[in-house]
Design a protein around this ligand. Structure first.
Ligand SMILES: [Zn+2]
Length: 497
């Protein structure tokens, strides 16, 4: 993979490869060959596997044959005598920086294939070839600043801005700092003289502090997004801090808008990534609510290059067709971290309608509140997801965007099974203690009949089903005056007798 193709690939996706070699290897390891096909992989052919008849008497002739067959072979390959080797690697070392792809050294091979066959292999290593690797290039310079970049998923990534320095023929001004912990561990401070290394990778890395700046103070990683000012949070199990202003943050907006229009979300025909990017660049789209204002610009869109009256009218029709949306799709469309289609459905079914969901989520931003406990106890949601939702709702920009969307849309209630005739329909149930039936089965049955199953007992709980050795939940139910059911009573109500 060339350096340019590598940079373009990293630009176009959330997963960042460390270097072109990893990117190429990762592309080949894809389970879906369609993804591999999209990756810009290049190949210099240089080796032969099993052949039915000898192709050439020497490696050099073999390369010429490959070329005549239409394969690309490395134009830097050269047939040399043994006393030319040192001059050759010096020459390649000088050319290295100007190559469009990374190399880490030179391979010398015995040209005569008959000799190669005689020499054979030790394990997988041929006795007729040897690699010479460039030493990792290092340099020292001054760390001028630590800049924070915000990726398309909201990840805050630090990079070092350096006093430009020549490292192995390349002028380096930026180096990676990996993450917040790396900066703290190595205690990099602005103004320090630092050592950096460039080892075949496109992005150089800082290794250590060489000389501490006298005026320096420890670096504090920002707690807010430098692009939109929203709070940036970090999960305890993650190295990355993320901006919570997803729907408004300019660094994330196109990615979010593409998701918003995608199939599982609003499913707006004609609003694929290209169109979203085009309208964003043209200033027609700045936020999700703008999508529903696009019909107002139909005449203007029709005059755009590649558009016309018909395609603009089709787009308007496609947008209008989605002005009414089911709550689960709406929640999924928001692109809140960890809220995929499945969790969006769970939330929608639990809260029933948009107004209730919004109010409950806002109340749940308060840690320890009943609303937060309720959210965290929804089967399949749990405390981590509750934290992500709370972070989203704690951000005023996000609430403003939600309210604007709600004013432009009709959000239909989630299909709760309240219409079910079961006595459990619409009830909130907690199971506690050991049941004779498996707990997941009991939950699934209750949910199928339209009940909500939660993990903790609150004033909103209708029934607590008590099995053997029930502990504090049964006690709390009694204190709150919540109806307690035996497993037998539950089975009767659930038609499981
Ligand atoms: Zn942001």
């Amino acid at each position: 993979m060339t350096k340019n193709d590598f940079l373009a690939l990293n630009e176009s996706q959330t997963r960042q490869f460390a270097n072109p070699r990893n990117a190429a290897a990762g592309s080949l390891r894809q389970l879906d060959p369609a993804i591999t096909a999209q990756r810009k992989l290049s190949l210099f052919a240089y080796a032969q596997g099993d052949v039915s008849a000898p192709v050439a008497a020497s490696h050099w002739e073999y390369l010429q044959t490959l070329q005549s067959w239409g394969f690309t072979v490395n134009p830097l390959s050269k047939r040399i005598s043994e006393n030319e080797a040192e001059a050759f690697q010096t020459h390649i070392g000088q050319a290295r920086a100007t190559l469009p792809y990374d190399i880490d050294g030179v391979v010398y091979k015995i040209d005569d294939i008959a000799l190669q066959n005689r020499l054979g292999f030790v394990g997988r290593a041929p006795r007729w070839a040897i690699a010479w690797k460039f030493p990792a290039e290092r340099a020292t310079t001054t760390l001028e600043d630590i800049e924070i970049q915000v990726g398309r998923t909201g990840a805050l990534t630090p990079r070092a801005r350096l006093t430009p320095v020549n490292v192995g023929g390349v002028l380096v001004q930026y180096a990676t700092l990996h993450n917040e912990d790396e900066i703290a561990r190595k205690d990099f401070r602005i103004g320090d003289v630092v050592e950096l290394q460039r080892a075949g990778d496109v992005i150089p890395q800082l290794i250590r502090v060489v000389k501490r700046s006298e005026a320096s103070t420890p670096y504090h990683f920002p707690t807010h997004c430098p692009v939109c000012g929203s709070l940036a949070v970090r999960d305890s199990d993650e190295a990355v801090r993320r901006c919570t202003g997803g729907l408004t943050c300019q660094a994330q907006i196109t990615e979010r808008l593409i998701h918003f229009c995608s199939r599982g979300a609003f499913d707006i025909e004609g609003m694929g990534d290209k169109t979203v990017q085009e309208f964003y660049a043209a200033g027609l789209l700045k936020s999700a609510p703008d999508i529903f204002k696009l019909p107002d610009h139909e005449a203007e869109i029709a005059t755009r290059e590649g558009w016309g009256k018909l395609s603009a009218a089709n787009l308007t029709a496609a947008i209008e067709a989605r002005r009414t949306i089911a709550l689960p799709r709406f929640i999924f469309a928001l692109g809140i971290r960890r809220i995929g289609e499945n969790n969006a459905k769970l939330l929608a079914r639990h809260y029933g309608n948009y107004a209730n969901w919004r109010a409950s989520m806002q109340a749940a931003t308060e840690i320890g509140s009943d609303a937060r406990l309720e959210l965290g106890s929804i089967t399949g949601v749990g405390p981590t997801i509750a934290t992500d939702l709370a972070a989203f709702f704690a951000e005023p920009h996000n609430l403003a965007t939600l309210d604007e969307l709600a004013s432009l849309l009709t959000i239909t209630d989630a299909p709760t099974a309240a219409t079910s005739t079961s006595p459990l329909a619409g009830k909130t149930i907690v199971f506690t203690g050991t049941l004779t039936m498996a707990r997941p089965e009991a939950k699934a049955r209750a949910e199928a009949l339209g009940a909500k199953v939660t993990e903790s007992v609150s004033k909103k709980t209708d029934y607590v089903v008590v099995g053997e050795d029930a502990g504090s939940k049964a006690k709390k139910a009694a204190e709150l005056g919540v109806t307690i059911l035996t497993e037998t009573q539950f089975r009767e109500m659930a038609d499981l007798v």
